[in-house]
Every structure is written in structure tokens, then in C-alpha cells.
Design a protein around this ligand. Sequence first.
Ligand code: TMP
Length: 396
Amino acid sequence: MKKVFLNLLKQPITNSYLINKNSSTLKKEFFYNLSIIFNSKNYLVSIKKPVNPKSQYTDTYAHRASQSKTMNLSFKKIANKLKKSYKPKLSMEIGSNDGVFLKNFSKKDIIAVEPCKNLAKITNKKGYFTYDKFWNVDLAKKILKKKGNVDLIYSANTISHIPNLKEVFKAISICLSKDGVFVFEDPYIGSVIKNNSYDQFYDEHVHVFSFIAISNLLKIHKLRVIDTEILTTHGGSIRFYVAKRESKYKISNFVKRIYKQELKKRLDKFSTYKKFSYRVQNSKRKLIKLLKDLKKRNKKIISYGATYKSATIFNYCNIDSDLIDYVIDTTKNKQGKYTPGKHLLIKPPCDLAKEKIDYAFLGAWNFAKEIMKKERKFIRKGGRFITHVPKIRIIK
Ligand code: TMP
């Protein structure tokens, strides 16, 4: 049975940065209701009514995974680890973005799948063969026919974006070789619950995975999890190593441990998610109060990172330019545009101290360490960061 536990109200498509605030542009802006459900049969947490992927992954898709140093390092590390462990003859990445993972492979050893045509163009230009298509059974059959079985399939922050997981796993089982490994990583529901990071829910995160949910879903396709890792990336992710049931791999001890841990944390119970939703409502009240109090004292507040996650917060908490002056972001094609829904101006990074900024809300809280290091001068001059994870606070 599927039951709603959290209602994050009317939300825009997070990747739709507005080029201006003309009435005709605002009229065209698309909103949907972001309600989150728990499926008590397979334990999957998902958006009740996902947005059509064709309106999300278009040829104007803004996010560039290679923008962050943290992510560059993380992709390099996992690419090297996978090459060493599995020695794949042919590898594939699903959701290759601008090639931040691909670049760790030689061009002849890897193929890519990326439905956003603007991004696929980038990697094709670099010489990495990229299918500008959505991942599905038809594409898997096409790849099998043209290239043969794939030994290593990797995907980061993509599988959770796809509404039909049955199709995803069926397509994987079609082209994965007998002892091939499918490795994917996405935000982890255990971290969301722990950090109160409800901003992990936005249109692209159709599902937020647990181990128990994924192992249930894989069974139907004769696939199984052979290993898992809990990661710090994106504010807490889970990495699954999946192989065919008849493959040579043994199941790691960590898999058994995480299964027990999740049951202990009651990730299989609706009541866990309902309690979380009360904490989210509390977080909203506290954030609004803090920002309003600071504004009353004439403080200048900006948001750091025009993230998709912060779009959920701003729209759920109704935070607009009365509370946050503007947003800064390093991504060139976000700069000069307006955030979806609440229409805050996005500016390039600046000298925060020189601009007399008092507080910066950590929209990109998952990069807190990297940002704090970069903004030492701002902190030294009395500037402060605000975060909502795991609770609303000014970072001292
Ligand atoms: P993400 O959490 O979806 O990866 O998005 C992070 C966003 O934050 C991305 O648009 C880049 C931006 N950002 C900055 O503007 N400055 C920074 O120092 C970092 C790490 C990220």
C-alpha cells in the first residue's frame, strides 16, 4: 500500500531557472504538488506523482557535475576502484552529465547514456560515444546488439530520477555480462531521516533509496546486491554493487549489516516517515523565524549555491527576496537567471565580506566543508553561515 507521509506543497521544476521575470515567463512556469509516499509492500519512498522526464531532461539542462572539486575527486576515486576490482573490458555510464566520470576511462573502453542532448553533445565532442537517449529496455537491446555485453555499468544520481524502476533493472539485466557488475549511487533515505534533509525531495529525486527497498525490487529481475557503501557525497548517499543471481560473487558482510541496521532504524515502517514529517514542519517554522528575526535587524542574507535542494526549501517555506537578497553560484549558465518558483536572482560568486553580507544560507550544504574553506575571509570578518541540517542553526 502507498501512503503519503509528507506534503512539500506546490513546487517548480528545480532545473528551470528563469531567464527573466516578465509576466509571460512567469505565466509559463510549471508547478506540481510534491507529496512523498511510502510503499509498505516494497519499502520504497517516492514522489506520489512524478513530473514527466521529458519536461525535465531537456537540451537546456543546467547542472554540470564537474563544477565541484569534491565530486571530481569522488568520481576519480570510484572509477579507479572499479577498474582495479573488476577489470572490465567494456564499461558504460548511465547519466553521464558533462563527462566527469567518463574522463577517468579511455575513450574506447566506455560508452555513455545521457538523455539531455546539450550534455550528450559535450561528451560526444570529447570523443566518448554517448547515446542521447533515456535508459530503457529498447536502448539496452540496441547496445547489446551493437557492442555486446557490458561488464561494468555505473550510474550516479540518475537511477533515482527514473520513475519506472522495473524497466531500469530489466534493461540492466539484458545487457550486463554474466559476471558483470552494476554500480549505482543515489541519495540515501537513512541520511535524509538522520539529517532532516527534506530538501533531498525535489522533482528529479523521484525515489530516495534504502537497501531494503532496492533489494526487494532487484529480486524480480534475478539481480541481487553483493555489496553496499554509505557515502558522504550529496549529503549522504548509498552505493549499490549489483550482480546477476548466478554470478560468481559472494554477498559482503556489510550487506547483512546494513539490512539489520535499516530494520533497527525502522525504515520499513510508515510511522518512521510520519515522525520525520513532523520534524520537517518544525524545521520550516524555525527557519522562517530565524530569517525574519535577522531581517528585522537589517542583516544582509544571501544563499550560497543555487541548488535544486534549496528550491524545495524556498518554495516549501515561502522564502523570497524579502528574506534572501540573492543567490550566488559558480555555474555560468545559472548566473543572471532566477531561481524556480521564488525568483531569487542568481549572481556569480563575489567577495562576501566586501559586499557586506552578514549571513549566507547554505543552499549547497552538502559542500559545506569545501565552501567554508573557500570563504575563510568572510568568516574571519564576522560573516556567518546558516544551515538547516540536521537542525536550523547559525554555524559558529
Ligand atoms: P548540487 O548539490 O546539486 O551538486 O549543486 C551544487 C551547486 O552549488 C552547483 O550549482 C554549484 C554550486 N556551488 C557553488 O556555487 N559554490 C561552491 O563552492 C560549490 C561547492 C558549489
